[in-house]
Design a binder for this molecule. Structure first.
Ligand code: NDP
Length: 290
């Protein structure tokens, strides 16, 4: 059996198209254009690429993009002051501070300073708490994208066994909580899990967010399972250069799984589209519609 490939690019394009329609409707009815502020500190080339992509896609769906590029030696208090200023701006609905931050700045302090209703990344403890108790709030973009892709494969998620490998606050934990809210039976595995292959083999949906190339082998996968590979790892390419691979040994997994996300072209594009979806939610919150 060969798995069907979950096309994250196509799924993200569909989501952006839908968002563009909703943004236009919001503008027409309320005269409000959702605005997203993206703050980049320092000159990390990977972050610069992310920020450029985010800004381009923000504009593509009809939202306003405000970009702040700041020097690597910026002080923590200067960044906190900018966040406070953005918290108070009516034309900025969502605020994203691109990670990683330089060592003199506490990412936790900065992320916690973002007003919860403008927390487009869904990282603020208030939003994490709302997710934990199953109430509506802003949900981290990568797990949200994973959920949308899983729903694209399964007519109903109710009662499915979901195994999440990884328990970070950005991906693993919130993903587990989202699937619990969907009435799945969720197991969270991590570096101290005793029998990782055995846990993975029970999964109807296996979501892997670890950051280790090819950690999950084909024979860890239940035949027909849906595999969502969040990992992004740069590995050397034969003959020089490098390429991106996920946490799942794709060539093995594709022979066993029912559906699988590729890397690149799977979870990555959906993450940015979900960021835009969250920014629209932020604008709706500001208008008192949510
Ligand atoms: P973290 O490093 O924060 O967390 C990694 C998790 O994996 C931890 O919970 C850790 O366990 C667990 N882990 C580490 N080694 C093993 C192992 N051998 N067996 C089982 N579990 C293990 O990473 P993130 O969650 O931030 O990111 C994970 C991956 O996803 C990375 O490759 C990252 O680049 C990618 N990513 C992709 C995104 C996208 O848009 N596609 C967005 C965000 C991340 P423990 O807690 O016990 O240490």
């Amino acid at each position: 059996m060969t798995a069907s490939i979950i096309d994250g690019k196509a799924e993200a394009a569909r989501l952006r198209l839908r968002l563009a329609g909703e943004v236009a409707a919001l503008k027409a009815e309320y005269g409000v254009t959702p605005g997203l502020a993206v703050v980049l500190v320092g000159d990390n080339p990977a972050s610069e690429v992310y920020v450029r992509n985010k800004a381009a896609q923000t504009r593509e769906v009809g939202m306003e993009s405000f970009e702040f590029r700041l020097p690597a030696d910026l002080t923590e208090s200067a960044l906190l002051a900018l966040v406070q200023q953005l918290n108070g701006r009516a034309d900025v609905h969502g605020i994203l501070v691109q990670l990683p931050l330089p060592p003199q700045i506490s990412a936790e302090k900065v992320l916690d300073a973002i007003a919860p209703e403008k927390d487009v990344d869904g990282f603020h403890p208030m939003n994490a708490g709302l997710l934990a108790v199953g109430k509506p709030g802003l949900v981290p973009c990568t797990p949200l994208g994973c959920l949308i892709m899983a729903k694209g494969v399964h007519e109903s998620l109710v009662g499915l066994d979901v195994v999440v490998v990884g328990r970070s606050n950005i991906v693993g934990r919130p993903a587990a909580q989202l699937f619990i809210t969907e009435s799945c039976t969720v197991t969270v595995a991590h570096s101290r899990t005793q029998d990782l292959p055995g846990e993975c083999r029970r999964a109807d949906i296996l979501l892997v967010a670890v950051g280790r190339p090819n950690l999950v082998r084909g024979d860890w996968i239940k035949p027909g399972a849906t595999v969502i590979d969040v990992g992004i790892n740069r590995v050397p390419k034969e003959g020089g250069g490098s390429r991106l691979v996920g946490d799942v040994a794709f060539d093995e997994a594709v022979e066993i799984a029912g559906a699988i996300t590729p890397v690149p072209g799977g979870v990555g594009p959906m993450t940015i589209a979900c960021l835009l979806a969250n920014n629209l939610t932020c604008a709706r919150i500001a208008l008192g519609l949510v």
